[in-house]
Design a protein around this ligand. Structure first.
Ligand code: V47
Length: 387
């Protein structure tokens, strides 16, 4: 559709007032958010989100060469949506020793990874020193990689065993190589969903406070939303607005990642998989509500590669990633090192989707490589344009 026709269509649609607000750079309200979830035309909502996406990030789609390490699946939280933790009838328990971590990193050292993503269950037996050793071990083998590790719930636990104030502990982890935090564990930031699905984990207020404390300590984070289970559209809207408010305060969030709920092996096995319609709508509504987030990421592992491609026209500007091994939701052999999506495959997917692939580092700097795939330069991206 030509740009003129598109603008005419949106300006005469049932969400024309929201279209006008977006065009004028005005912030969307709670009611606007709820209407976007309910508006019958996904195409309208997606087209509007795409206008914002292209203003902020042009035709670029970012990807990262990353590696996930889930260092322990022992957890005491019992979240109803989780199939990752060791339990009777579920996965066997494992806890990686430093030798295991070292061996895994050595085996995959040939991969030009720029980011290591480490999260795990709340494993009470691990002492504070384990976390410092973990960072030291990764840093020793991958000195140039950015270490993104520990969700807010892990940080709250680590702080309880470190016996120091949160900021002091964060600075210590930082001195051992921690560079940013992933966005996991936010789930849905309302007390109702917390009490029903993950009551032993931190509350919404604690998740947000910990994220803001990390930002103030110089550690940027991501933010996620787990959708497609028992949450209402109002709760999704509240979740996005709480993140937007926190971002206003600290500016510390890099990117927002919606996570499609996968029920097999969880206590919510009766819940069907999310539809492509919902996956794309979540990307689009997030893009429109989170006006102060520079990036929206499609995590192909959860929403599938084809949906991650389409998402690039519904508000997303990032596809995560090469990953290597991911064990949070899928029954993947934790000892396997096969790259789940090669860099070449990711680039092909982005080109096929009609976007320009841009390899980025964890800070969204553009990575330039020579023919042998050696990193030769990083180019600072201009700051995202306000729409
Ligand atoms: O915190 C758990 C979610 C998260 C299930 O920051 C589930 O770049 C779906 O946070 N179905 C961990 N999701 C993953 C995560 C993440 C992933 C990719 C990139 C980034 C980033 C962060 O996975 C958990 C939880 O919210 N999760 N169980 C499930 N059954």
């Amino acid at each position: 559709m030509s740009p003129t026709l598109l603008h005419r269509k949106l300006s005469t649609s049932a969400i024309s007032d929201i279209y006008t607000k977006v065009m004028e750079g005005k912030r969307l309200s709670f009611d606007d958010g709820v209407r976007l979830w309910k508006h019958p035309s996904l195409t309208d909502v997606g087209a509007l989100a795409n206008l914002v996406r292209e203003t902020k990030n042009g035709n670029d789609t970012f990807y990262v060469r990353n590696q996930h390490i889930n260092y322990s699946n022992i957890c005491n939280k019992g979240c109803k949506f989780c199939s990752f933790y060791a339990q009777k009838g579920g996965p066997d328990p494992y806890r990686m020793t430093m030798d295991d971590v070292r061996a895994k990193l050595e085996r995959t050292k040939h991969l030009p990874v720029t980011e290591i993503h480490m999260v795990a269950g709340i494993d009470k037996k691990l002492p504070y020193q384990y976390y410092l050793d973990l960072l030291d071990t990764v840093h020793a083998i991958r000195p140039d990689a950015h270490i993104k590790a520990f969700t807010m719930v892990e940080l709250i636990h680590i702080q309880s065993i470190a016996g120091k104030p949160m900021t002091e502990m964060l600075l210590e982890l930082k001195a051992h190589g921690l560079a940013s935090l992933p966005g996991g564990g936010a789930e849905i930031l309302t007390d109702r969903v917390h009490d029903l699905l993950f009551q032993r984990k931190e509350t919404a207020a604690e998740w947000l406070e910990t994220a803001k404390t990390a930002h103030r300590a110089g550690l940027p984070t991501n933010a996620t939303m787990l959708y497609g289970h028992i949450e209402t559209v109002e709760e999704r809207t509240i979740h996005l607005m709480k993140l937007r408010e926190a971002q206003d305060e600290t500016g510390g969030f890099f990117t927002f990642i919606p996570l499609a709920f996968s029920s097999p092996g969880t206590q919510l096995e009766h819940i069907p998989p999310t539809t492509g319609e919902l996956d794309l709508r979540v990307i689009a509504v997030s893009r429109l509500m989170l006006d102060n987030f520079p990036h929206i990421k499609a995590f192909w592992m959860m929403c599938t590669p084809p949906v991650a491609q389409s998402a690039q026209w519904y508000g997303a500007d990032d596809i995560d990633g090469t990953i290597v091994t991911y064990t949070i939701t899928h029954e993947i052999d934790k000892d396997s090192d096969s790259q789940n999506l090669s860099q070449q495959k990711l680039v092909e997917m982005i080109l096929e989707a009609g976007r320009d692939p841009v390899e980025r580092d964890a800070h969204y700097n553009r990575i330039v490589r020579d023919d042998s795939s050696t990193l030769v330069a990083k180019k600072q991206l201009p700051l995202p344009m306000a729409h």
